[in-house]
Design a protein around this ligand. Structure first.
Ligand code: 0RA
Length: 655
């Protein structure tokens, strides 16, 4: 070989090896491309990624326990009792399979070709990404009588795979510490992880999932036990629907459960009707919540509408109706979960959570049509209850439409435009503009004086806005306060097919800020407003436009010094600091309401972008949020009290 040829060969070799290395380097360079973001979402995503691998092992029938532990330093251990990641040396790579899985992008699936595994979907980037983004990761494998271990730092092996002991168990244990030079946040939330594990337990029946938090002691334990929760569902989606509807009054005794494996796309659905007026349908593809819906949801709606309409018509229930039943009417008071497994999912839409595969529409439509037709025939009592509910919905909607047409005609003369109560800002660029939704006219007045009118608009709201959780849709749209919110924001709702479709092309503000008193009533009002946005303007929350203002709770004064505090601890610390000189003269004022501040104080503490703290409202888990809102706003008092007591230490609930 000539010198040149040698060089070329060397280059080719190093290029080859660099490419392998570049795999994980690329993840570290552009982490958001692989896990969504480097904030709280991405941090939690690391756990989901590892758990997903164990779930795949469980779906193959090899594993029935998965545990997650949050350690004191916010490192995480995920352990399962599956077969264990293979540890043998692979000929081609000359490395153990474990090392390949841990260090090569997307290598995870390639050992088990043609198996149960469906590609993870949304991110589904594999455990190697977690490795790349961890300052340290330890993989411990129990397999074939031995315990194997390998340690990595930032994705690179620190040593060869070692045998560290004997065992008669099998399983995979992954412990990792997210790299704090990459993530903006390092703290894990027990509640966020628990909600996802609960969801996974419902979506994959028969797997026991647990979470333990070493940072926190159990509430009712003897002082030594850590906070712990375990999730297990015997009946899967059926129990998921019951969980979502705990506080709602059901129309049929048991949820309808549809399992349909006759096509290439396995479909599972559970549905229940309740006496509320909202539609709560959640869809999943390969265990991922498809927030924007897609072909599986379209197939579900089509199958449901057609089957129920046919049954209603044939039973004679609709013969006297003088108007058509709309698609919406079939879904009023409906709670349902749709779960499909798709080999190669195509995700579309703004947040890549809309299923695009066209073949899935027919599969779900067929599943619903066949199974629901059978169900209705075999359960005539339930069938009758559902049909009555649908006809009632249609009748109410028809009556409301007529009434609204009258109102709209009246409105034509009163001249429309922005609500009279709105103090608008002068800037017209939505990206720069904010609107404060303020509890009460008096605080609204103070806010109007205190604001910067170039970019801050104020809309005072009368005390308690309508509880949308308990009101029919037309009542919601008839509410003066809610109409004001719609017109002030410049948002409209409803199309022919979908009465809840949101049109935000006219949105006038990119920050919508809820500002209420810092007491029990205030937090209740904030919850009412959030519930309204969750049910009717969810897109605005998803876009990150909804915020909560945080007015201070205390003003500490000493002479000319005035310091604000947002919590009791902060107040104590500040008064101790001010009290250093020993002479008295410190006064502490406890703010109960916004009205106790003057315009200047409200501006400097709560509205001035340079000094205020806004809390962004996010939806971590739509199904869990649904459960919580229906509980907080429903009839039953006990679960609400329990929730508030549990969360009082996190929220500033002053009870
Ligand atoms: C491929 C093959 C085999 C096991 C696994 C993957 C596996 C991966 C993970 C990730 C987390 N837990 C896991 N458990 C198992 C085993 C193949 C065999 O034993 O024949």
């Amino acid at each position: 070989m000539s010198e040149d040829e040698k060089k070329l060969a060397e280059e080719a070799y190093s290029a080859d090896s660099i490419q392998v290395l570049e795999g994980l380097e690329a993840v570290r360079k552009r982490p958001a491309m692989y896990i969504g973001d480097i904030g709280s979402k991405g941090l939690h995503h690391l756990v989901y990624e590892v758990v997903d691998n164990s779930i795949d092992e469980a779906l193959g029938g090899y594993c029935d326990r998965i545990s997650v532990k949050i350690h004191k330093d916010n490192s995480i251990t995920v352990a399962d009792n599956g077969r264990g990641i293979p540890t043998g040396v692979m000929d081609k790579e000359n490395k153990s399979a474990l090392e390949v899985v841990m260090t090569v992008l997307h290598a995870g699936g390639k050992f088990d070709k043609g198996s149960y595994k469906v590609s993870g979907g949304l991110h589904g980037v594999g455990v190697s990404c977690v490795n790349a983004l961890s300052s340290k990761l330890t993989a411990t494998i129990k397999r074939k009588g031995k315990i194997f271990q390998q340690v990595y730092e930032r994705g690179k092996p620190k040593s060869d795979i070692e045998i560290i002991g004997d065992t008669d168990e099998s399983g995979t244990i992954i412990k990792f510490l997210p790299d704090n030079t990459i993530f903006q946040v390092s703290e894990y939330s027990f509640d966020i992880l628990a909600a996802r594990l609960r969801e996974l337990a419902f979506l994959n029946k028969g797997i026991r999932l647990s979470i333990e938090d070493e940072r926190e002691k159990a509430e009712n334990g003897n002082g030594d036990t850590n906070r712990y929760e375990e999730f297990y569902s015997e009946e899967g989606l059926k129990e998921f629907v019951e969980y979502l509807d705990v506080t709602r009054e059901k129309i049929i005794d048991n949820p309808v459960h549809i399992v349909f494996d006759k096509t290439d796309v396995p479909v599972e659905i559970a549905l229940q009707y309740n006496d509320s007026f909202s539609e709560n349908v959640y869809s999943y593809v390969n265990n991922i919540n498809t927030i924007e819906g897609g072909t599986h949801l379209a197939g579900f709606r089509r199958g449901l509408t057609r089957t129920l309409k046919k049954y209603a018509d044939e039973s004679g229930a609709t013969s006297k109706l003088k108007f058509d039943i709309s698609g919406d009417d079939f879904r009023e008071g409906l709670t349902a979960i749709i779960s499909v497994k798709v080999q190669e999912p195509q995700f579309e839409g703004q947040t890549k959570t809309k299923l695009g595969n066209s073949e899935v529409m027919g599969a779900v439509d067929q599943a619903v049509s066949q199974m629901l037709t059978n169900y209705l025939e075999e359960n005539p009592k339930d069938a009758k209850a559902i049909v009555s509910k649908v006809i009632l919905a249609a009748t109410a909607r028809h009556a409301a439409r007529k009434a609204r047409e009258l109102v709209q005609r009246k409105n034509m003369f009163s001249g429309s435009g922005l609500p009279g109560k709105l103090a608008d800002c002068s800037d017209r660029d939505p990206a720069k503009c904010e609107i404060y939704l303020v509890e009460g006219d008096s605080a609204g007045g103070t806010a109007k004086q205190g604001r910067d009118r170039t970019f801050q608009a104020i809309l005072p709201l009368r005390g308690k806005i309508l509880n949308v959780e308990k009101a029919m849709q037309h009542k919601v749209f008839d509410s003066e306060e809610i109409k004001n919110i719609f017109t002030a924001l410049g948002v409209s709702i409803g199309t022919e097919e979908d009465s809840k479709a949101l049109n935000i092309s006219g949105l006038r503000y990119h920050k919508i800020i809820i500002m209420t008193d810092a007491d029990v009533d205030g937090s209740h009002i904030a919850t009412l407003i959030m519930t309204f946005f969750f049910r009717y303007m969810q897109d605005l929350i998803r876009l990150g436009y909804l915020y909560i203002a945080t007015p201070p709770l205390y003003l500490i004064k000493k002479g000319k010094t005035e310091v604000y505090a947002w919590s009791e601890e902060e107040c104590n610390r500040i008064s101790a600091e001010l009290g250093q000189g020993k002479e008295t003269g410190i006064t502490i004022q406890r703010y109960k309401g916004l009205g106790e501040m003057n315009a200047e104080q409200l501006w400097s503490t709560t509205m001035d972008p340079r000094s205020r703290t806004l809390r962004q409202v996010t939806i971590e888990n739509a199904a869990e949020a649904d459960h919580i809102f229906s509980m907080l706003m429903g009839d039953e008092v006990a679960p609400r009290r329990e929730f508030i007591e549990r969360n009082a230490r996190y929220a500033n609930i002053d009870a």
